[in-house]
Design a protein around this ligand. Structure first.
Ligand code: ATP
Ligand code: FE
Length: 351
C-alpha cells in the first residue's frame, strides 16, 4: 500500500510517500531560522509554522513522488509525543484528508517511527535492540513488533540531544547543538578537560546527562575567569571533552543493555540506533566498534532518516496498516505517549 506520512511534532514540517520499504519522496521543511534568535524551539512559533507549511510539504511530497491524492491508500500521521500545537496541526490535516478522500487514517507514535527506521532502511527483522537517542528522548528498547516495545532503561534527566543543544548554547554555538558541537570537537583535544562519566558507577542501563552540562559550564567559567574569554581552541577542546564523555557513557550503557538483550534473545544479535543524536559520527563509531567486538549486526540509518522526517512515520504507518490497525476521527494529539504501554494506546483512538 502507498502511505502518505505527515510529521509535525517538533520543528520540522515533513511529508513523505512510502510504499513498503520504498521511499517515493520525503520532504522536510525545517524551521531553524525561525527559532535561531531564541536559542531553542519556541512551541507557539513552531505550531504556527506547521499550520502554514503542512499543505506545502504534502503537495511537494506528492509532486516529487509523481502521485496524486487519489493514489494514496492510507494516511499516517504523528499523533504524539511532541509539542502539542504542532502535533494538532498534523492530526487535523490528516483527518481532513482522510475524511475528504475516504482513506484510512493511522495515528503513529513518533518514537515508534524512529524505532522502526532500521526496518525501513535495512530490512532488519524483529526482534532487535534499539538505542533511541534524540532531542527529547534516550532509551533502550527491545523492538519485538510495530506495537511491541520493552524499555530496558533510559535517561533520568536530559536527553543527549538536549545536552548537546544546551552545551552549544553555553558556548554560543548555533542550534541545533549536536552538529555544532561535533564540528568544533573535530579539531579539539578531548583530554584537556576532565568531564565526568555519569552513572557508570550505578548498575543497569539508565543515563544521566545533566551533570555533563554543569561540568561544561564550570570549565567554561574557569577559562573565562582566567583569560577573559574563550579562544577557538578552548571551545574545540571543551566540545571534544564533552562529546567524548557522552560517547563513553553511551558505549558503556549499550554494552550493558546488549548483555541484557542477548540473555533473552541470543539468536537475534542485532543493535540498531536511531534518533537525531545517531547522526553523530563519534557515537556511531563507538557503537560500530562495540558491535564488531561482539560480532553483532549493527544498523545506523542514513543521517537524513535519523533526524525527524515523515518517511519513518509513513513506514511505521504502513506496518500498522498491514496489521489491521487504524484510527477514526476521534484520534487525539498526545503531548506524552510512552512506547512501552503495549498495543492498546496505539490501536485505540487516543482516549
Ligand atoms: P524526539 O524525537 O525525542 O521527539 P526531536 O524530534 O527533537 O526529539 P530529533 O530530530 O530526532 O529529535 O533529533 C534532534 C536532536 O539531535 C537535536 O537535539 C540535535 O542537537 C541532535 N543532533 C543532530 N545531529 C547531531 C550530531 N551530529 N551529534 C549530536 N547530536 C545531534
Ligand atoms: Fe524525533
Amino acid at each position: 500500500p502507498l502511505i502518505l506520512g505527515i510529521e509535525s511534532s517538533c520543528d520540522d514540517t515533513a511529508a513523505a510517500l512510502v510504499r513498503g520499504r520504498e521511499v517515493l519522496s520525503s520532504v522536510v521543511l525545517g524551521q531553524a531560522e525561525l527559532h535561531a534568535a531564541f536559542g531553542g524551539v519556541v512551541p507557539e512559533i513552531a505550531a504556527r509554522a506547521h499550520a502554514e507549511k503542512l499543505d506545502l510539504a504534502v503537495e511537494e511530497a506528492l509532486s516529487r513522488g509523481g502521485v496524486t491524492l487519489s493514489g494514496i491508500d492510507a494516511i499516517a500521521v504523528t499523533a504524539g509525543p511532541g509539542l502539542i500545537g504542532g502535533v494538532l496541526s498534523g492530526v487535523m490535516l490528516a483527518k481532513g484528508l482522510a475524511l475528504g478522500l475516504g482513506t484510512p487514517l493511522i495515528g503513529v507514535n513518533h518514537l515508534a517511527g524512529h524505532a522502526l527506521t532500521p526496518r525501513l532502511t535495512d530490512g532488519l527483522a524483529y526482534p532487535y535492540l534499539m538505542l533511541l537517542v534524540s532531542g527529547g528522548h534516550c532509551q533502550f528498547l527491545i523492538v519485538r513488533g510495530a506495537q511491541a516495545f520493552s524499555r530496558l532503561g533510559g535517561t533520568i534527566d536530559d536527553a543527549p540531544g538536549e545536552a548537546f543543544d544546551k552545551a552549544a548554547r553555553l558556548l554560543a554555538l548555533p542550534q541545533p547543538g549536536g552538529p555544532s558541537v561535533e564540528r568544533e570537537a573535530a579539531t579539539g583535544d578531548p583530554a584537556r578537560f576532565a568531564f565526568p562519566r555519569p552513572l557508570l558507577d550505578r548498575e543497569g542501563c539508565d543515563f544521566s546527562f545533566s551533570g555533563l552540562k554543569t561540568a561544561l559550564l564550570r570549565a567554561r567559567d574557569a577559562i573565562v575567569a582566567e583569560k577573559g574569554g574563550l579562544t577557538r581552541a578552548d571551545r574545540a577542546d571543551l566540545c571534544a571533552g564533552f562529546q567524548a564523555a557522552v560517547c563513553d557513557v553511551i558505549a558503556e550503557k549499550t554494552r550493558r543493555a546488549l548483555t541484557l538483550y542477548l540473555s533473552e534473545h541470543p539468536a537475534e544479535p542485532a543493535l540498531a540506533v536511531a534518533g537525531g543524536v545517531a547522526a553523530n559520527t563519534a557515537i556511531r563509531g563507538a557503537l560500530t566498534e562495540l558491535c564488531a567486538e561482539r560480532d553483532l549486526r549493527f544498523t545506523a540509518p542514513p543521517l537524513a532518516l535519523c533526524t525527524d522526517n515523515a518517511a519513518m512515520i509513513a513506514y511505521a504507518g504502513g506496518e500498522l496498516f498491514e496489521a489491521g490497525a487504524g484510527d477514526d476521527m476521534t484520534l487525539a494529539a498526545r503531548p506524552r505517549w510512552p512506547l512501552d504501554q503495549g498495543a492498546a494506546p496505539m490501536l485505540g483512538s487516543g482516549r
